[in-house]
Design a protein around this ligand. Structure first.
Ligand SMILES: [Zn+2]
Length: 179
């Protein structure tokens, strides 16, 4: 069983801005390890601390078989535009085409305190923007067009009314990687 329960849309912890990590100690490293287990169990390719109820600015990721953690990340520059089908572990069963910048320059720190300085594009760029949104209390719902938003409200109220497990995504298995 995963060490953490992933918080779902409607949980107030997902709408709060997380605060900077100011201390990396043994319990923090344990939390990071537990987040990896929770992410792989989901399964997902990114998981931000607020998604497990921790109001701190970091996330774990493994979108290209190269797992990592980034602490106190900031986007220093973003360029272009790209559309991508995006789904979120905290908004189960739903996904949308969402437009975001196509390339970003991100800075942050690893667990050893080394500075990370990353130029990202393609899926990595999408994962990082999505997770940094989580640290700011922003869910992908807030990036929808008006039309998508109407549809999202209907789908979400359906889920709440039925108290059922969310539907399986209607996309080819393996194509949608949750973040
Ligand atoms: Zn997410």
């Amino acid at each position: 069983m995963a060490p953490h329960v992933i918080r779902i849309i409607g949980d107030p912890v997902l709408k709060q801005r997380a605060s900077d990590v100011d201390r990396v100690d043994g319990s923090f490293v344990k939390l990071v390890d537990d987040m990896f287990v929770t992410m792989y169990d989901a399964p997902g390719v990114g998981l931000a601390a607020p998604q497990v109820g921790v109001q701190k600015r970091f996330f774990v990721f493994d979108h290209d078989d190269d797992p990592g953690v980034i602490i106190n990340p900031t986007i220093v520059e973003s360029r272009g535009e790209a559309e991508f089908v995006e789904g979120c572990l905290s908004v189960p069963g739903l996904h949308w085409e969402i437009v975001r910048p196509a390339e970003i320059h991100v800075k942050g720190y690893d667990l050893e305190g080394n500075e990370l300085d990353l130029e990202l594009d393609d899926f990595a760029c999408r994962v990082f923007q999505h997770e940094i949104d989580h640290l700011d209390g922003v869910l992908l719902i807030e990036h929808l067009t008006d039309e998508q938003r109407k549809e999202a409200r209907r789908a979400l109220s359906d889920l709440r009314m039925r108290h059922l497990a969310p539907p399986e995504p209607d996309i080819a298995p393996g194509r949608l990687r949750l973040i």
